[in-house]
Write a protein that binds this ligand. Structure first.
Ligand code: FES
Ligand code: FES
Length: 158
């Protein structure tokens, strides 16, 4: 069985599994990293949103063989470590605004929010309503108004 190596939340990891196993199941079932949630497995619900080299992506739809040895995967578990703090500013904004209801979608929402805020910052602009409207992460509990407020609050502290 092939061995796959990559960087996960700042540490190099290796797993033995078939090439076509999708990364979400490698993270959750083989590496025990369960922050990225399974919703659809089809790149639709965005519950699994994580980062690859700082950009948002959906590991439910990427085979582990597509991940390179030097690719850096960050899940919600490693987000605070990217800023060397107990919590990332976006996580703190989520707490301050008491965003979560059942919580299932929230790791993916936060990872999407951070990637969006970084992208806007790199472009030298603020997050717009159009940016927020374009987010496709599903929340069955309907926490969308608080998510929008928290993204703007968190982005202002990044
Ligand atoms: S589980 Fe990955 S997008 Fe739905
Ligand atoms: S908080 Fe329940 S699905 Fe979003």
């Amino acid at each position: 069985m092939p061995t796959h190596t990559f960087i996960l939340n700042g540490k190099r990891v290796s797993v033995d599994c078939e090439d076509d196993v999708r990364l979400l199941w490698v993270l959750r079932d083989l590496l025990g990293v369960t922050g990225p949630k399974y919703g659809c497995g089809l790149d639709v619900c965005k519950a699994c949103t994580s980062h690859i080299n700082g950009k948002a992506f959906n590991p439910c739809s990427v085979s582990v063989s597509k991940i390179g040895a030097n690719d850096e995967i960050t899940t919600i578990e490693g987000l605070a470590g990217t800023v060397n703090a107990p919590l990332h500013p976006m996580q703190q904004a989520w707490l301050d605004l008491d965003v979560a209801q059942c919580g299932y979608c929230q790791p993916g929402q936060i990872m999407t929010a951070v990637a969006l805020a970084k992208e806007a910052k790199a472009q030298g602009r603020s997050i717009t309503d159009d940016d927020l409207d374009a987010i496709r992460n599903v929340c069955r509990c309907g926490t969308y108004p608080r998510i929008r407020q928290a993204i703007e609050a968190g982005a202002a502290k990044m």
